[in-house]
Design a protein around this ligand. Structure first.
Ligand code: PMP
Length: 418
């Protein structure tokens, strides 16, 4: 008899049978409120009827088109549709399957287009689990421990993580930019640096938003030195933060965006977008994969874009995000064990700390477990796994947010009594 490998570490011991909107129905017959959305993947909710219908229709016509062999219509249609929402100037797309593959595609593009070997990433960032993406990931040593040597050419600069440093955002930002310049002076010369890779909000790293001044500093240095600014929108894109792109909050122009997750409502699909000029500097045929840009995923993604627009999901994420953040702050006000609540749109994190302000993984895990026992699925994140995050589907209603907050308050109270 076969069983699942013990390599798999699961956040919640739930076996799901059926997903519907914001709910996951498990094999015990329980309806769980899903505030994980598959780490932000099920943007339109579980099994949105329009996405299901689009995928069903596509399955009957063409499942796999292998884009390095023949082009297929769903991929062309999706490319055209994405043109309506991509940042200005980013008019060229390449598709893959996962966020990690998208990051690798952007890395290859950056190195080929600039002819430079190094990249700079920002501490606390998560970019994936393939060896290159894991090398670029600094949101926890658990993502890279034990399989070194990692890839060369990746250098780490500070992220303006004000709460962690105990500073205000301005001080943290000045520090981070100063350290970046020091990195350029001491470790990787600007003219050997191909790209910055950054998330608008540290996702796995603990739901820490960047800020406008920091992005302005990066953009200025990118322009001065011919470095590409690659923004990882894998977790933050497609309305998640209450604006279409996470970086829309920070008034910055990316050279490349990496997209995945919310793009296709659960079907595996990722991509990179850049200007045609930049893409033309890389080498044709150097990218691709058997399953990249799968026809059913593309059809589901095109319908996802329509649903996001028709149902006003970006606006809903903004409104429900404010409600969720305010409610989570009220819960934190009742206990000294939650040191910070932060987020952007429907990305809300509550950071647990001990009495003397140290990261408190045990209480965060206990609160997550207590919430799950009460029918609310949540995830943890952060280098110390001491941030409990809420990341519901973008279709979540005001009533469902209230219901989740009620459960959350009860769960937190149950683990922080004394
Ligand atoms: N980048 C970010 C910002 C992510 O959040 C993730 C996944 N959590 C990835 C990249 C990697 O995506 P995947 O798991 O699909 O490889």
């Amino acid at each position: 008899m076969a069983q699942l490998s013990p390599l798999l570490k699961q956040a919640t011991p739930v076996v799901v049978e059926r997903g519907e909107g914001v709910y996951l129905h498990d094999t015990t017959g329980r309806r769980n409120l899903d505030f994980t959305a598959g780490i932000g993947v099920t943007s339109t909710g579980h099994c949105h009827p329009r996405v299901v219908a689009a995928a069903r229709e596509q399955i009957g016509k063409l499942i796999h088109g292998q884009y390095t062999t023949v082009m297929h219509k769903p991929l062309l249609d999706l490319t055209e549709r994405l043109g309506e929402v991509l940042p200005p100037g980013l008019d060229s797309l390449f598709f893959a399957n996962s966020g990690s593959e998208g990051i690798e595609a952007a890395l290859r593009l950056a190195r080929q287009a600039t002819g430079r070997p190094n990249v700079v990433v920002f501490q606390g960032g998560f970019h994936g689990r393939t060896v290159a993406a894991a090398t670029m990931t600094t949101s926890g040593t658990r993502f890279s421990a034990g399989f070194s040597p990692l890839m060369g050419g990746v250098h780490v600069a500070p992220f303006p993580n004000a709460y962690r440093y105990g500073w205000d955002v301005e001080t943290a930002t000045e520090f981070a930019l100063r350290e970046l310049d020091y990195l350029f002076a001491t470790v990787t010369a600007p003219n050997e640096t191909a790209a910055f890779f950054i998330e608008p909000v540290l996702g796995e790293g603990g739901y820490v938003p960047a800020n406008t001044a920091f992005f302005a500093g990066l953009r200025e240095r990118a322009d001065r030195h011919g470095i590409l600014l690659v923004i990882d929108e894998v977790q933050t894109g497609f309305g998640r933060t209450g604006k279409f792109w996470g970086h829309d909050h920070f008034d910055v122009r990316p050279d490349v965006v990496v997209i995945a997750k919310g793009l296709a409502s659960g079907f595996p699909l990722s991509g990179i977008a850049a200007s045609t000029e930049l893409m033309s500097k890389a080498w044709p045929g150097s990218q691709g994969g058997t399953y990249g840009g799968n026809a059913v995923s593309c059809a589901a993604a095109a319908e996802t874009l329509s649903v996001i627009k028709d149902e006003g999901l970006v606006e809903n994420a903004a409104a429900r995000g404010e409600q969720l953040l305010a409610g989570a702050r009220l819960v934190a006000d009742k206990t000294p064990r939650i040191g910070d609540v932060r987020g952007l749109g429907l990305l809300v994190g509550s950071e647990f700390t001990t009495e003397d302000g140290q990261p408190d993984n045990a209480t965060a895990q206990a609160a997550q477990k207590a919430a799950a026992e009460r029918g609310l699925l949540l995830l943890t994140c952060g280098a110390h796994m001491n941030v409990v995050r809420m990341i519901p589907p973008l279709i979540v209603t005001a009533e469902q947010v209230d219901e989740a907050l009620e459960i959350w308050a009860d769960a937190v109270a149950s683990v922080t009594k004394n």
